[in-house]
Design a protein around this ligand. Structure first.
Ligand code: NAD
Length: 461
């Protein structure tokens, strides 16, 4: 273990903890000021962040960076600013008759120092969205961004240092070793976004300190196309959901479950939609590259493995780009033991699995871990309700992809292997707060009846 690293981390934590102890219940004005600075920082450096992400990815569509990393943080911060006063208010809670005239109050108190570990796929959003919630709730925040986006992480460290004192919010850059040491710190809450295998390690590290954790993980998110679906609309929305950020999205539809007789027409429409949205792949400014040579090779390996096992590989374009832009591929007749059917894909590959009865599709979903997202396409409300009742998933978008993630009034988080806990909007505020019940006894307390000496009064109760 690197002692210097340990000391550096411990120092950062101690500075924040001392500052927190000097101000355990930051006022509305203090929190508002922090959120406003975060908003200002995001607005001021939005273009620079997009440029840094472009360098990190090889190519990252500017609009995707502005929409998914910059605008999302801005709107999350604005949402928190509008509701902050209400979120902070202690709540009156009902008191049972026999306890009156005592009162129940639920107080929301900051936890202290929060650690945030972020992945590379939306490097600014996934670091700053939890930070918005943690700051709104009155905490101090240490952030460990991903080493796979070094330019964005370095820029984030610089701009956070410009807009925040280190004991308010501070970024510590570094690789998995730094992540390991970081997650061993005795935080008051640890918020991890990343892969399921690393999530398991992080949960164990946190358990040693009894640090509560939120785990925002990944997995294979299915899209179930019902027989009642409008194929044109379905194809267009699936193509968008799969190819946004070149499929490097935690809630991207991982694979499709399609009625057998609709396989061929849907496949053709998907290819057509992909070509409509991206007339070319090579040199197309709208199409994002795969983040690293290792991930590119991994995805190519998934295609080769599926092909070797007899899958049909349909590429959407004939281009042969040389800059880690990966030409989308639809995979048909993929055997269940192909790696692409086992692992989260996290790229522009889409296996299409036929089903005969909806129960067969449900059985397929149930064989896997509980997914982060589930998509359902169709017009038949009863069929939809049945699938919703029979499946578990972190979140659902019906008749589209990804958009449930943008809802600040709804919780976002996984279930089972796709994670635990949730955030966004008030859900995030509560994640980073201790909801402390206060029972405020009255001078004239009925509970006196329960005091000894226990006699006849007690027996009559
Ligand atoms: P990752 O798990 O490899 O890394 C995430 C972060 O953890 C990085 O900062 C990394 O440095 C750090 N880390 C790595 N090893 C560590 C260890 N042993 N201990 C502590 N920290 C460690 O994930 P990734 O490749 O950056 O991101 C992709 C994954 O994240 C996908 O599985 C995706 O589905 C998931 N994801 C989930 C969400 C969500 O909101 N649920 C969002 C985005 C991505």
């Amino acid at each position: 273990m690197d002692i210097a690293l340990q000391e550096r981390l411990q120092l950062a934590l101690t500075a924040q903890r001392r500052a927190f102890e000097a101000e355990r219940m930051p006022s509305y004005a203090v929190r508002r000021d922090r959120l406003e600075r975060l908003l200002k920082m995001t607005r001021q450096h939005g273009e620079a962040l997009a440029a840094a992400m472009a360098r990190d990815f090889g190519h990252r569509a500017r609009q995707e960076s502005l929409l998914a990393d910059v605008f999302t943080v801005e709107s999350g911060a604005k949402h928190a600013l509008h509701r902050l006063r209400r979120w902070m208010k202690p709540r009156r809670v009902e008191t049972p008759l026999h306890f009156l005239p005592a009162r129940n109050v639920l107080m929301r108190q900051p936890l202290g120092v929060v650690g945030v570990v972020a992945p590379w796929n939306y490097p600014y959003y996934l670091a700053m969205a939890p930070a918005v919630a943690a700051l709104a709730a009155g905490n101090r925040v240490l952030i460990k961004p991903s080493e796979l986006t070094p330019e964005t992480s370095a820029l984030m460290a610089r701009i956070v240092a410009e807009h925040f004192a280190p004991e308010e919010m501070h970024v510590i850059t570094g690789d998995a070793e730094v992540g390991k040491a970081f997650t061993q710190l005795p935080f008051d809450h640890l918020f991890f976004t990343g892969s399921t295998p690393v999530g398991r390690i992080v949960a164990q590290a946190a358990a040693k300190n009894l640090t509560p954790v939120t785990l925002e993980l990944g997995g294979k998110s299915p899209a179930l196309v019902d027989r009642s679906a409008d194929l044109g609309l379905t194809a267009s929305r699936l193509a968008f959901g799969k190819l946004f950020n070149a499929g490097q999205t935690c809630v991207a539809p991982d694979y499709l479950l399609v009625p057998r007789e609709l396989m061929e027409p849907l496949t053709q429409r998907l290819l057509a939609e992909m070509r409509r949205m991206y007339p070319t792949i090579a040199g197309n400014a709208d199409y994002t590259s795969i983040v690293s040579p290792r991930h590119f090779a991994r995805l190519q390996g998934l295609i080769d493995d599926a092909a070797q096992r007899g899958a049909r590989v349909l590429r959407s374009h004939v281009d042969q780009p040389d800059d880690r832009r990966l030409v989308p591929a639809l995979l048909l007749d993929v055997p269940p033991d192909a790696t692409v059917m086992q692992e989260e894909i996290f790229g522009p590959l889409l296996p299409i699995v036929p089903y005969d009865q909806v129960d067969d599709a449900l059985a397929h979903i149930h064989r896997g871990d509980r997914p982060l997202a589930l998509y359902w396409f169709g017009q038949d409300g009863a069929a939809r309700d049945r699938v919703m009742a029979q499946t578990h998933a972190g979140g659902v978008t019906v008749n589209d992809c990804l958009w449930h993630l943008g809802q600040e009034e709804q919780p976002f988080g996984g279930v089972g292997a796709s994670g635990m806990g949730a955030y966004h909007g008030e859900w995030g505020f509560r994640t980073f707060s201790k909801e402390k019940p206060l029972f405020i006894q009255s001078r004239f307390a009925g509970t006196k009846l329960f005091q000894p000496p226990y006699g006849a009064t007690f027996e009559r109760l």
